[in-house]
Design a protein around this ligand. Structure first.
Ligand code: HEC
Length: 98
């Protein structure tokens, strides 16, 4: 089986992991490692990390887009956001925001 077939198969099995449909924000937060600093529900694990809970979904989405493009500069978050797709950003903002 070649790589393309394998990933197509995986996509069929794990629809949400492929970013095309509607990724599960909570699962993504764990998969991408956001939980290590921001916690699973947006209550940060230490004072050096911002809480994301209680923030507007739209605000979080715009921040992630700005980190991804480099418009908002932060070494950690630029790296975290670099490879996120639009669908993943939407799902993460929806999960953490309100
Ligand atoms: C290693 C710790 C760490 C990880 C992992 C991490 N972040 Fe962050 N995050 C930070 C820090 C530190 C800031 C504040 C950066 C700054 O000053 O701009 C931040 C800021 C943010 C902000 C902006 C908050 C605000 O109030 O403006 C968002 C949104 C965010 N992170 C989302 C995420 C998401 C989604 C993930 C997973 C893809 C993630 N972060 C992973 C440490 C982390």
């Amino acid at each position: 089986m070649n790589t393309k077939t394998t990933s197509a198969l995986l996509c069929a099995l794990l629809l949400s992991a492929c970013g095309a449909e509607h990724p599960d924000g909570a699962a993504l937060a764990q998969e991408k490692g956001c939980v290590a600093c921001h916690g699973l529900n947006g209550k940060a694990i230490a004072g050096s990390y911002p809480n994301l809970n209680g923030q507007w979904e739209r605000y979080l989405r715009l921040q992630l887009i700005a980190y991804r493009s480099g418009k908002r500069d932060n070494a950690v978050m630029n790296g975290m956001a670099a490879t996120l797709t639009d669908a993943e950003i939407n799902a993460l903002a929806e999960h953490y925001g309100s």
